[in-house]
Ligand binder design. Structure first.
Ligand code: SAH
Length: 229
């Protein structure tokens, strides 16, 4: 990390100033984390020169790494202080997991594509994110094994968020997920206070679909087409 070409460092600091701080990302810990994590190492070689641009980028398996601003916004909405146990659904490149790793005590991140999970795990290991554990499997039901979590971040578009997943939050926990159709969703934040769950809508977003048992399967896709055509 210390030996990266200077232009990557310059580009990354500029990304934080122009795309995050100049908008509405004000949490200094989030800004610092994104000044630190080498995003260019998480994108495909062919796109490294665009790693600090203001947009999403393609990953293998038809997946995408989110625009830096969206990563900053979702991370800020989790209000991490440093001691939390966090669950991420949709590891993808592992970039968001690395940012979470800078800001929380323990991060579990779930990816259904074996190749993406393996690649993310090896990069996170190479960069010494020892508090980030990559799990391979279907995260559409959350990951009850390590619950309760202080924060859950879903980085794929869910048709809806089920109570089973919300129940994996501890008291005071926050869950953030894009929720809605296949192409357009709303970013929603839930907040748990004892047995009461509050939710608020944040902004419209476009994520790749969450798959798996509670995600977009063939049946949901057909039902959605019937409803929206
Ligand atoms: N957070 C990632 C980007 C996520 S893209 C990053 O920082 O790069 C969404 C990811 O969710 C994809 O990699 C996709 O394979 C994964 N995904 C989709 N459905 C899933 C499921 N049910 N369980 C786990 N991962 C899933």
């Amino acid at each position: 990390m210390n030996h990266e070409p200077a232009f990557y460092t310059t580009d990354r600091l500029r990304m934080v100033d122009e795309q995050l701080a100049a908008r509405d990302i004000y949490d200094e810990r989030v800004l610092d984390a994104m000044r630190t994590v080498p995003r260019h190492l998480f994108v495909p070689d062919t796109h490294q020169h665009m790693a600090y641009g203001d947009g999403p980028l393609p990953l293998a398996e038809g997946q995408t790494i989110s625009q830096p601003y969206i990563v900053g916004l979702m991370t800020q909405l989790l209000r991490l202080q440093g001691g939390e146990k966090v669950l991420e659904i949709g590891t993808g490149s592992g970039y968001q997991a690395a940012v979470l790793g800078q800001l929380a005590a323990q991060v579990y991140t779930v990816e259904r594509h074996a190749a993406l999970a393996a690649q993310a795990a090896s990069m996170l290991h190479a960069l010494h994110y020892d508090n980030v554990q990559v799990l391979e499997g279907d995260g559409s039901l959350g990951w009850p094994e390590f619950a309760p979590y202080d924060a859950i971040l879903v980085t794929a578009a869910a048709p809806e968020i089920y109570q089973d997943m919300l129940n994996q939050l501890g008291d005071g926990g926050r869950l953030i997920s894009p929720v809605g159709g296949r192409r357009q969703q709303v970013l929603v934040r839930w907040y748990r206070r004892a047995h009461v769950f509050h939710s608020e809508q944040i902004i419209p977003v476009a994520f790749v679909p969450l798959r798996g048992e509670k995600g977009w399967g063939e049946n949901e896709w057909k039902r959605w087409q019937e409803n929206w055509r």
